[in-house]
Design a protein around this ligand. Structure first.
Ligand code: MF3
Ligand code: CO
Ligand code: CO
Length: 275
C-alpha cells in the first residue's frame, strides 16, 4: 500500500532563503572545524562550549540556537551553545566543568547557529586523544556511513521513508541499532520543523521530497539496544544499557537530482553526492 504526503508549500524554500541557509550551514560547519584542536585529554566540555559560544557570537556574529532553547512543560531551557555527548550519552549532553575528557572517549558535538534568521544544524564525532577501542571506532564510522547512506536516497521524488529504511537496513546489518525516539527535522527559520526524518522505517512512505526542501539527517547509532532514557536534568539522553552511542548530522537541500550538503566541512569527502 502506498501512503505518502505532498510537501506543504511553506516547506519549499525560495532562492533567497536557500542562499541564507547556505550561509548558516557553512557557519555551523566552521564551528565543528574550529573546535577540533581543542578536543584533547584534560579539557572539560564546558571549556569547549565557552569557546564555541564566543566564536559564534563574536567571530561569526551569529546566534547559538541551543542557548535558551526548549524550556517548558517542566523542563528548563538548555543553558549552553552546543551539546556535548560523551560515550554512552546519545544526545543533548550538557557541557559541564566537571566533565573532563580522557583519552579514548568518543565525543559528539552538536551545533546549531542562526544567521540572518536561518538555522544551520550539524554534528560529528571526535575521538579524544586520537585513539579509541576497535568497537568505538567502528561505531563512529558506521554512524557516519549511516548518515551518508540515508543521504544517497535523497532527491526530488523520493520519500522521507526511503531515508529511514536505508539507514536502518545498513545499521542493523552491522549488528548495531538505530535510536527511535529522536529524529531529523525540517529546518529553516524554524529550528525543528516538518517533516520528521525518522532513521528507520519503510520505503515509499511519508512525505514526498521536493526540490527546495531543507532538513537534517542525524542518525544516532547504538552499540547495544536502541532504547534510551533521559536523566534527571531532563536533557541528557543515555543508552538504556549504557553501551556506546554515536551520531552524525548534516543540514541538506533537496535538488532535482540529489542534494546539496549545506553543512559540508572542507576536509569531508562528499564526492559520492551530486546536486
Ligand atoms: N541540535 C539538536 C538537533 O540536532 C537539537 C539540540 S536542542 C538543545 O536537532 F537544546 F539540546 F540544544
Ligand atoms: Co538537528
Ligand atoms: Co543538531
Amino acid at each position: 500500500m502506498n501512503s505518502y504526503q505532498s510537501a506543504p508549500s511553506r516547506l519549499i524554500k525560495s532562492p533567497e532563503a536557500i542562499e541564507k541557509m547556505r550561509v548558516a550551514g557553512r557557519l555551523a560547519a566552521e564551528v565543528l572545524d574550529m573546535i577540533k584542536p581543542y578536543i584533547v585529554p584534560g579539557v572539560t566540555t564546558l571549556e569547549l562550549d565557552t569557546r564555541c559560544h564566543d566564536y559564534i557570537v563574536n567571530v561569526q556574529n551569529a546566534i547559538p540556537a541551543c542557548l535558551g532553547y526548549g524550556g517548558g512543560h517542566g523542563r528548563p531551557a538548555f543553558q549552553h551553545s552546543i551539546c556535548t555527548s560523551v560515550n554512552h550519552v546519545v544526545c543533548h549532553g550538557i557541557p559541564a566543568d566537571n566533565k573532563v575528557l580522557k583519552k579514548g572517549d568518543i565525543l559528539n558535538i552538536d551545533v546549531t547557529v542562526i544567521k540572518d534568521g536561518y538555522h544551520g544544524d550539524t554534528n560529528m564525532m571526535y575521538v579524544v586523544g586520537g585513539e579509541t577501542t576497535i568497537l568505538a571506532d567502528r561505531l563512529c564510522k558506521v554512524a557516519q556511513e549511516a548518515m551518508y547512506i540515508g543521504m544517497e536516497t535523497v532527491r526530488a521524488g523520493s520519500f522521507v521513508g526511503d531515508i529511514g529504511y536505508a539507514i536502518q537496513k545498513y545499521v542493523e546489518s552491522q549488528r548495531f541499532s538505530v535510536v527511535r525516539e529522536y529524529c531529523g527535522h525540517g529546518i529553516g527559520t524554524v529550528f525543528h520543523d516538518d517533516p520528521q526524518i525518522l532513521h528507520y522505517g519503510q520505503k515509499g512512505t511519508g512525505m514526498r521530497l521536493e526540490a527546495g526542501m531543507t532538513f537534517t539527517i542525524e542518525p544516532m547509532v547504538n552499540a547495544g539496544v536502541w532504547q534510551t532514557k533521559t536523566l534527571g536534568d531532563k536533557w541528557t539522553v543515555v543508552t538504556k544499557d549504557h553501551k556506546l552511542s554515536a551520531q552524525y548530522e548534516h543540514t541538506l537541500l533537496v535538488t532535482e537530482t540529489g542534494l546539496e550538503v549545506l553543512t559540508a566541512r572542507p576536509d569531508e569527502d562528499l564526492s559520492r553526492f551530486h546536486g
